[in-house]
Write a protein that binds this ligand. Structure first.
Ligand code: TPP
Length: 655
């Protein structure tokens, strides 16, 4: 049965003249034992909520999972699909893509991410099991990880968190083949992985990854473990290829017709390319049919649940919002209309979270060791820990990358909406995972506070400058930078409603005035920008655009301009992406056609030209910040109402 995987992998890579046969050939025995005897799944319902998850963290070995899906009878994974490996529009892209191919649990390829996603899946499983009971939620997350996965720094964050949380239903099968692209692993690495995982609180063992009995015994032991398990499976990369096995030559690229013919002989596989002998295919299909009774039994248990509990479980797994969100947002806005607050937007976010997390039990918060600074913990939230998986707040530790990737896994698992906190400057430490959340269309929400030089004394290491622009560059990510308490809750609402993509909320450390008075029933941030202050005294001469804490500066500049008889308006721009996606007419109306357009943001200019044009005026930063009290920094860098008014007047004179 394992040779069927090997044959399909060799043939597909050969036909595409591209891909990685080494891993599928080497890990075929491990995968065969796992999928035919342990993994709980049903090809007839790839999204069955209580299925075990399998994450191919070493995404370059994609032919392993494609071969498995085909052999096990996933309807969409046809032999034609396998023949079209890596071709446009096929279900067999170069690296596995979530949402593209049924049966793929997460997009992998950037090494280390899949392993960290799996930690998040295992957290979500434990959490939901605590809430809904082991009859309804009881599955294991399996990962196949390579040397590369374990060399990446993110793996340390992931395994430390998993060990700490005692995620006993997480099992990592390490394809311990001692080979990476450059050659033997010994060129670059001498870590004892078993000891490393043990040090992080895992159960860990070595086995022969070509011995089915040993693989099964290790998987059995993992089922009984009270900790997460690492099984280091010693394998031979490119197993069966006569001259390339055991060497980096089998890692990437087709093996060549002669090598494949010789491998077929060596493996005793006589079937022609892309053909699986009926008896073997039948065995695979039987293995694929194994899970159906378990799924049907699970469906009966769900059907037997108390109606309210069942409806809630199903709603959460569908990721559907409840009416309660609208009501909670309205409640917060009413309070702010009644008693305006001059507070930092991070505090406004905390104020909003009190209502939002009470209304939406699926929200799971956290912070990378900056809880008191990020203000992401609502008072009623208990800590999610090994002793209480029902808690809703995760202390991720100083592990931004692992946090962001675990959040992706939680969102992919379903049933929870993860949000977290760190400083905006450390978005760089999360970026690869945020990019994948955007690529996969996952609703994860990053609260990133201390969003500019406005954080003051911590200085340029902590002051984001290029980060807003860098995040805005990621497709399908929404970057929100609200200007006051009202916008903050509106942006939270938009982030929560963004079912198909991640969001970043960039929030201030310093207090900002509440610029929105009164109560707006609608969400004024929904189009990404809106006119906050209209021009007075004639045709608009100047449009002032700003985001976040700089909106107040623009508003003060507007007053100075008014006093000079210059009609100016202020447009608050909390979200570029929504503005640029708005219908043309609405976007044009918001941007307007004032002869002078000025943007104010305590960051770099990049991106603003889409709004103010390349001839617009920008007041912001072009280099790093500095360490000083924040008000002095705004003076020092010239981001003040006076400078904004001056810049506008200077442009007016020229035009
Ligand atoms: C973050 C990241 N860096 C680099 C790569 C490119 N890359 C793909 S596979 C690989 C290493 C291959 O070694 P290993 O992980 O041991 O896999 P094997 O050769 O055993 O299949 C590298 C560097 C990548 N996919 N992701």
């Amino acid at each position: 049965m394992a040779n069927a995987i090997r044959a399909l992998a060799m043939d597909a890579v050969e036909r595409a003249k591209s891909g990685h046969p080494g891993l599928p050939l080497g890990a075929a025995d491990v995968a065969t034992v796992l999928f035919t005897r342990f993994l709980k799944f049903d090809p007839a319902d790839p999204a069955w909520p209580d299925r075990d998850r399998f994450v191919l963290s070493a995404g370059h070995g994609s032919m392993l999972i494609y071969a498995l899906l085909h052999l096990l009878g996933y309807e969409k994974m046809t032999i034609e699909g396998i023949k079209n490996f890596r071709q446009l529009g096929s279900l067999t892209p170069g690296h596995p893509e979530y949402g593209h191919t049924p049966g793929i649990e997460t997009t992998t390829g950037p090494l280390g991410q899949g392993l960290a996603n799996a930690v998040g899946m295992a957290i979500a499983e434990r959490h939901l099991a605590a809430l809904f009971g082991g009859d309804i939620v009881d599955h294991t997350t399996y990962v196949l990880a390579s040397d590369g996965d374990l060399m990446e720094g993110i793996s340390q964050e992931a395994i430390a968190l998993a060990g700490h949380l005692k995620l006993k239903k997480l099992v990592v099968l390490f394809d311990d083949n001692g080979i990476s692209i450059d050659g033997p692993l010994a060129l670059a690495d001498s870590v004892d992985q078993v000891k490393r995982f043990e040090a992080a609180g895992w159960a860990a063992s070595h086995i022969d990854g070509h011995d089915p009995a040993a693989i099964a015994a290790a998987l059995e032991a993992a089922k009984r473990s009270d900790r997460p398990s690492l099984i280091a499976c010693r394998t031979i990369i490119g197993f069966g290829a006569p001259t390339k096995a055991g060497s980096e030559k089998s890692h990437g690229g087709s093996l060549g017709a002669n090598e494949i013919a010789a491998a077929r002989e060596k493996l005793g596989w006589s079937a022609p390319a892309f053909e699986i002998p009926t008896a073997i295919l039948e065995q695979w299909r039987m293995a694929g049919a194994r899970g159906k009774p378990a799924r049907l039994a699970w469906e009966m248990r769900v059907a037997a649940l108390d109606a309210k509990k069942r409806a809630e479980f199903e709603r959460r797994m569908r990721g559907e919002m409840i009416e309660a969100l609208t009501a909670a947002v309205a409640e917060v806005k009413q309070k702010l209309a009644a008693t305006p607050k001059e507070i930092a937007t991070r505090s406004a976010s905390e104020f909003a979270l009190e209502a939002l997390t009470a209304a939406l039990p699926e929200m799971i918060g956290g912070s990378a060791d900056l809880t008191g600074s990020n203000n992401t913990r609502a008072k009623a939230m208990k800590t999610l820990s090994a002793a209480d998986y029902g808690g809703r707040f995760i202390h991720y530790g100083v592990r931004e990358h692992g946090m962001a990737a675990a959040m992706n896994g939680m969102a992919l698992h379903g049933g929870v909406i993860p949000y977290s906190g760190t400083f905006l400057v450390f978005s760089d430490y999360c970026r690869p995972a945020i990019r994948l959340a955007a690529l996969m269309g996952q609703r994860v929400i990053h609260v990133m506070t201390h969003d500019s030089i406005g954080l003051g004394e911590d200085g340029p290491t902590h002051q984001p400058v290029e980060h807003l622009a860098a995040l805005r560059a990621i497709p399908n990510l929404k970057v929100f930078r609200p200007c006051d308490a009202v916008e903050t809750v509106e942006c939270w609402q938009l982030a929560l409603e963004s079912k198909n993509g991640p969001s970043v909320l960039a929030l201030t450390r310093q207090n900002v005035p509440q610029l929105r008075s009164g109560f707006d029933a609608g969400n004024r941030c929904a189009l990404g920008a809106y006119e906050l202050v209209a021009a007075e005294g004639g045709a608009v001469a100047v449009s002032l655009f700003a985001s976040g804490s700089e909106v107040a500066i623009a508003a003060a500049a507007q007053k100075l301009l008014s006093a000079r008889g210059v009609p100016a308006r202020v447009v608050s721009v909390p979200c570029f992406e929504l503005l640029l996606a708005a219908p043309d007419a609405e976007r044009s109306a918001i941007i307007g056609n004032a002869p002078v357009k000025v943007a104010v943001e305590a960051g770099i200019r990049q991106g603003w030209d889409a709004i103010i044009g390349s001839d617009g005026t920008f007041v912001g930063l072009s280099g790093f910040g500095a360490s000083a009290p924040y008000k002095e920094l705004y003076q020092h860098f010239g981001i003040t109402p006076e400078k904004v008014a001056e810049a506008a007047l200077a442009r007016l004179k020229k035009s």
